[in-house]
Design a protein around this ligand. Structure first.
Ligand code: URA
Length: 211
């Protein structure tokens, strides 16, 4: 089912890798590697419509007018800690991007979001910003991350995740309707603890072996 403002990255490589990540017996090492690989493929889609400008260049044989990205470099904004698992894959495609770190955690009792770290380039207003958080579950963390980036001046924001819940998307879009979302899948629902079902468990724990 299509959801306005949400792009499902349905490339077969992404879907295959996501299935491997969902399996409970997938090792930490593989989980981390797969997340990095999927992140690069998702980044390819998130950046698909970045604006280009024509510039005059010289090839070894002649001159030509050729396209290059226009404007200031991208900012990737990973939400700590699991967003870090997607950062390197994205940086492989856009190695000159800047990085804004956003430290947020979900209070397990209330599921509300607490900020503990924020460090971003000063000129956020002039750059496209891509928020990175693998799990768009309740939507609270993504909403808080975008709130914080807007407060710091960001004006052009996109959201890249791996898995989303229908509840999370609808809540997120209620707060930030103009922020488009890219995800590999939208799962069935959240459970009572705010985990995505069927999902893949706790992305941070599976990435860092902290369970
Ligand atoms: N965060 C996770 O890591 N997994 C979920 O299912 C929900 C939030």
């Amino acid at each position: 089912m299509a959801i306005k403002g949400v792009t499902i990255v349905d490339h077969p490589l992404v879907q295959h890798k996501l299935t491997l990540m969902r399996k409970k017996d997938t090792s930490i090492k593989s989980f981390r590697q797969l997340l990095k690989e999927i992140a690069a493929l998702i980044c390819y889609e998130v950046t698909r419509d970045l604006p280009l400008e024509m510039v005059e260049i010289e090839t070894p044989l002649t001159t030509m007018s050729a396209p290059q990205l226009t404007g200031k470099k991208l900012v990737f904004a990973p939400v700590l800690r699991s967003g870090m698992g997607m950062l390197d894959g994205m940086l492989e495609l856009a190695p000159a991007a800047r990085v804004a770190h956003i430290g947020l955690y979900r209070d397990p009792a209330t599921l509300s979001v607490v900020e503990y770290y924020f460090r971003a380039p000063a000129d956020l207003a002039d750059r496209p910003v891509i928020v990175i958080d693998p799990m768009l579950a309740t939507g609270n963390t993504a909403i808080a991350a975008v709130d914080r980036l807007k407060e710091a001046g960001a004006q052009s924001i996109r959201m890249a995740c791996l898995l989303a819940s229908p509840e999370g998307i609808s809540k997120f879009q209620g707060h930030h309707p103009e922020v488009r979302v890219w995800t590999a899948a939208v799962d069935e629902r959240l459970n009572d603890h705010g985990y995505i079902l069927p999902g893949l468990g706790d992305a941070g724990d599976r990435m860092y072996g902290t369970r």
